[in-house]
Design a protein around this ligand. Structure first.
Ligand code: NAD
Ligand code: TYD
Length: 365
């Protein structure tokens, strides 16, 4: 049985991971530390809040004393580190928070882990798992081979640079102090609880509001999309079977140009409206409610500065060593995601009515 400290567990992937873990390992204990920034949301954890094996602590990972206290008090043996500033566009307009949380916050966790797990009278059996991204590897052309764990880091945005810095710190704590670390580098996730500033939930919610679907540049940028529970499953395998000190790529072998993904979602949404007349009453503003085409909302806008052209993950090492294969196809994953947003209007309305709305408006002023 494990006791996990999950950082950033009220965010998109962290919350999905907590749900996954408590379902998979009902006897384990999970403690979440989350600062509840704009991206953190207690509603994401509502389903586990009453579980006696679950504890939530509102706190900042930069608070090393608090982290040390949590590691000791709860007898934590496994730290799974999701907490981060995660949106590339925000890192372009305001990098400070990315440096603070992603770099200094990770450093703070490493310091606390070293003190509690390594520096006492006896070394505690432990694992520090760091959740990273494929964006640290930089960008690919259409014909380049996909990123492997051997690809040299070449981050291009303040977000990916801050994640790369944190990956290096994690590596150094293993090499120098012997901390038992693993790192996973995952491709773009999608699924329930995804904050609607990111492409897929933004498109779904904008269709329902009949708002423009902004396509940056020519829309031919490519991302490799993975259903979020398959990310949680990959981390599970790394924790249980991964070799300490190693990086593992996690990906879905599922590359899509942005414009194609947006078109696909438009078609799916139109079908949902055609098959379910209640949706037109629920979302009367949507073009599809008046038998229009959601794709008519597609609008090409100014490109993101320094926009990476293509990400693609080669997950051969993870597949061969850990037996990893995603369980969800893109077809099933995107259908589940669309259904989740249609069934959880209250969740995304609450999120979109907050400070996010002002931030989004500023992007298009
Ligand atoms: P998110 O923005 O949805 O959630 C981040 C969470 O971290 C929020 O709950 C927020 O409140 C919390 N947080 C932020 N700063 C904090 C601080 N200083 N102290 C404590 N908590 C803090 O992000 P996400 O999409 O769930 O990403 C989670 C992790 O996965 C990140 O490390 C990200 O780099 C990585 N990742 C994300 C993707 C993706 O597609 N979203 C892909 C690969 C890797
Ligand atoms: P995003 O979801 O922000 O993830 P990331 O930048 O980490 O890959 O964006 C995915 C892709 O979609 C990326 O190439 C930028 C593009 N994009 C748009 O074209 N329009 C949008 O409104 C957003 C949010 C993203």
């Amino acid at each position: 049985m494990k006791t996990l400290l999950v950082t950033g567990g009220a965010g998109f992937i962290g919350a999905n991971f907590v749900h996954y873990w408590l379902a998979q390992y009902p006897h384990d204990k999970v403690v979440v530390i989350d600062a509840l920034t704009y991206a953190g949301n207690m509603a994401n954890l509502a389903a586990v809040n009453n579980n006696p094996n679950f504890t939530f602590v509102q706190g900042d990972i930069c608070n090393t004393v608090l982290v040390e206290q949590l590691l000791r008090e709860h007898g934590v043996d496994t730290l799974v580190h999701f907490a981060a500033e995660s949106h590339v566009d925000r890192s372009i307009t305001g990098p400070d928070a990315f440096i603070e949380t992603n770099i200094l916050g990770t450093y703070s966790l490493l310091k606390a882990a070293k003190v509690v797990w390594l520096d006492g009278d006896t070394v505690v059996d432990h694992r520090f798992h760091h959740v990273s991204t494929d964006e640290v590897y930089g960008t690919l052309s259409a014909t380049d081979p996909a990123f492997t764990e051997e690809t040299a880091y070449a981050p291009n945005s303040p977000y990916s640079a801050s994640k790369a810095a944190s990956d290096h710190l994690v590596r150094a704590y293993h090499h120098t102090y012997g901390l038992n670390v693993t790192t996973s580098n995952c491709s773009n996730n999608y699924g329930p609880y995804h904050f609607p500033e990111k492409l897929i939930p933004l498109v779904i919610t904008h269709i329902l509001h009949n708002e423009a679907l902004p396509i940056y540049g020519d829309g031919q940028q490519i991302r490799d999309w993975l259903y979020v529970t398959d990310h949680a499953y990959g981390i599970d395998l790394v924790l249980n079977k991964g070799r300490v000190g190693e990086n593992y790529n996690i990906g879905g072998n599922n590359e899509w140009a942005n414009i194609d993904i947006v078109q696909t979602i438009c078609t799916l949404m139109d079908k949902q409206f055609a098959n379910n007349s209640a949706l037109a009453a629920q979302f009367p503003k949507a073009a599809a409610a008046q038998k229009g085409a959601s794709a008519s909302l597609i609008t090409y806008v100014k490109d993101r500065p320094g926009h990476d052209r293509r990400y693609a993950i080669d997950a051969t090492k993870t597949n061969n060593e850990l037996g990893y294969q995603p369980k969800e196809s893109f077809e099933t994953g995107i259908a589940k995601t669309v259904a989740w947003y249609l069934n959880n209007e209250a969740w995304w309305r609450a999120v979109m009515d907050g400070s996010y709305k002002d931030w989004l408006q500023k992007q298009y002023d």
